[in-house]
Design a protein around this ligand. Structure first.
Ligand code: BGC
Length: 234
């Protein structure tokens, strides 16, 4: 008898490529595996990393991917923190060919959101990593591909310039934290979210910071856990 499907959930990031296999209920079947993102981060080099990492995890029947850019119908439209050759790549069909399994792809912040939202009210997700991811959910329904990262905040500086990884490295943790707090206030004024979820690799730097009680911190793991939700309608 065919067992219920396992999902390979992949989180492609500007700094790391992570993956895990989840069982039919979304529980992990192994540890999360991670490899540094290769440079240049071309489709070929990242496919190679994914292929190598899959040798370390159990078998899977379907694939979910969070990608750091705009995704439409499985096709990459933008990839600000990866190689330019990603633009136009049909990520879903290429991975399908590579592994012979069905693939669903979405923006990484959208996938992260699926892994951490409550499903009630207006929820915003901001991921703090190499880039700045953003996602919006209304009663659990995704408004896809919200790209706050590239919106100008002030004097030609975008949100991503303000709190992305390079900003953290150049201004240091204290000033970066203040910047994140500004973004919390700004987005509350504009979007009036009920809950704001902060995820991504650098969210852990905020663990000792006093934040409004409507702001939740999440570990980077929700990036791969959310992949399960991409398949939940099946
Ligand atoms: C991309 C977003 C992505 C974010 C985090 C930004 O540069 O434009 O699509 O969600 O980085 O990876």
């Amino acid at each position: 008898m065919k067992s219920l499907p396992n999902t390979l959930s992949i989180d492609i990031g500007g700094t790391g490529v992570k993956l895990i296999v989840l069982d039919a209920k979304g529980s992990p079947l192994c540890d999360r595996e991670r490899e540094e993102t290769p440079h240049p981060a071309t489709p070929e080099s990242i496919f190679r990393v994914i292929e190598e990492l899959t040798h370390k995890v159990p078998e899977f029947d379907r694939i979910a991917v969070g990608f750091p850019g705009v995704i439409r119908d499985g096709i990459v439209e933008t990839a600000a923190n990866l190689d330019v050759h990603w633009v136009g790549v049909n990520l879903a069909s290429q991975l399908e060919q590579c592994f012979g399994k069905p693939v669903r792809v979405a923006n990484d912040a959208d996938v992260q959101g699926f892994g951490c939202i409550s499903g009630k009210g207006l929820e915003m997700v901001i991921t703090l990593g190499t880039g700045m991811g953003s996602a919006l959910f209304v009663n659990g329904v995704l408004v896809p591909n919200l790209e706050l990262a590239h919106h100008q905040l002030k004097k030609g500086m975008t949100y991503e310039d303000y709190v992305g990884r390079y900003a953290l490295e150049s201004v240091g943790k204290k000033k970066w934290t203040k910047r994140v707090q500004n973004i919390i206030e700004n987005t509350k004024l504009v979007w009036n979210w009920d809950l704001l979820h902060l995820g991504g690799g650098n969210a852990k730097l905020l663990k000792d910071v006093e934040l409004p009680d409507t702001v939740r911190l999440h570990s980077n793991k929700s990036g791969v856990m959310g992949g399960f939700v991409l398949w939940q309608d099946v």
